[in-house]
Design a protein. Structure first.
Length: 107
């Protein structure tokens, strides 16, 4: 007998971001954990790291290693220590459920 396909929402992974807040729209707060996918050279990840401050964290992920290297250099120049960089596909980051509070988006 042919299996009925599962509804799409049943097959999707659980979200890694608990509540969508946006750095761009000013709703990310000091101390929050921010994810920036497709971060490029850090146009939104770096302002996000400034915004969340020393108690917050930012993960900047992009497929392009050259752009991630550039973003890392900019972060070092700005003396930001609360930001981590990943050369990775945003569709396969592998973080557990609710690892982040906010998304960074381009200003
Ligand atoms: C317009 S740029 C992003 C600019 C960046 N948000 C900023 O504020 O400077 C788009 C980026 O998406 C990245 N990208 C495209 N597909 C991706 C994927 N599946 N996972 C991670 N990064 C991806 C590209 O490498 C590129 O750096």
């Amino acid at each position: 007998m042919r299996q009925k396909p599962k509804p799409r929402w049943l097959t999707m992974p659980p979200p890694i971001i608990s509540t969508i807040r946006s750095v761009r729209f000013g709703t990310a707060l000091a101390g929050e954990r921010v994810l920036d996918v497709c971060s490029g050279s850090g146009g939104s990840a770096l302002p996000a790291a400034v915004r969340v401050g020393a108690d917050g964290t930012v993960v900047a992920a992009d497929l392009a290693g050259r752009l991630i290297d550039l973003a890392r250099t900019k972060a070092e120049d700005l003396r930001l220590t609360n930001i981590a960089f990943r050369v990775d596909d945003m569709l396969a980051l592998g973080y557990p459920y609710r690892s982040f509070d906010a998304l960074a988006t381009k200003d």
